[in-house]
Design a protein around this ligand. Structure first.
Ligand code: COA
Length: 148
């Protein structure tokens, strides 16, 4: 199995929308991803390509004040094989190189797999955002401090 992690290209957007919709039931949508790609200097989207197909991605906004994870998934057929960890590590390394002090993200409070991964990668619970998601599930805000 050959894989690589690389920056998103415009032609990847349809595959990302399909993958996000499968993973979350909805997508950030073409317009947001397209404008982030072409107009937002703070946006960084990293694609996981396995056997020349897009099978996941992580999207981040990295500003001088800190980084935020916008979205993150690995296609179901490739989950549990270490790709999520690789994508997240790549994103953390990018933030370290960008010399930001912290990375934050929101995760559904019942998303045990993602929470376990974030804890393993050094993220710590910060606070809750109540009824953050459209189905009223609370979000946990998790933060990783970086040594800069
Ligand atoms: C969260 C997600 C990106 C993780 O990707 P992945 O490729 O499955 O993760 P990995 O295989 O790298 O596993 C990393 C860690 O996650 C946890 N994990 C993975 N699969 C798990 C499972 N079935 N049960 C419990 N924990 C699990 C483990 O802690 C694992 O670390 P370990 O291998 O050292 O035990 C993936 O499950 C996914 O896309 N989920 C749906 C979308 C989503 O929830 N995104 C996050 C939004 S905040």
């Amino acid at each position: 199995m050959r894989y690589l992690i690389r920056p998103l290209k415009e032609q990847d957007i349809p595959a990302i929308i399909e993958g996000e919709t499968k993973a979350f039931g909805r997508s950030l949508g073409f317009d947001l991803i397209y404008s982030d790609l072409h107009l937002n200097p703070y946006a960084h989207y990293l694609v996981l390509e396995i056997n020349k197909k897009v099978n996941g991605y992580i999207g981040l906004w990295i500003t001088p004040d800190g980084a935020d994870v916008i979205n993150f998934y690995v296609d179901k057929e490739y989950q549990g094989r270490g790709f999520g960890k690789k994508l997240l590590k790549f994103a953390i390394d990018l933030c370290t190189m960008s010399k930001v002090k912290q990375i934050s993200l929101e995760v559904r409070e019942n998303n045990e797999v993602a929470i376990a991964l974030y804890e393993k990668m050094g993220f710590k619970f910060s606070h809750k955002r109540e009824r953050y998601y459209s189905d009223n599930t609370d979000a946990l805000v998790m933060i990783k401090e970086l040594d800069v």
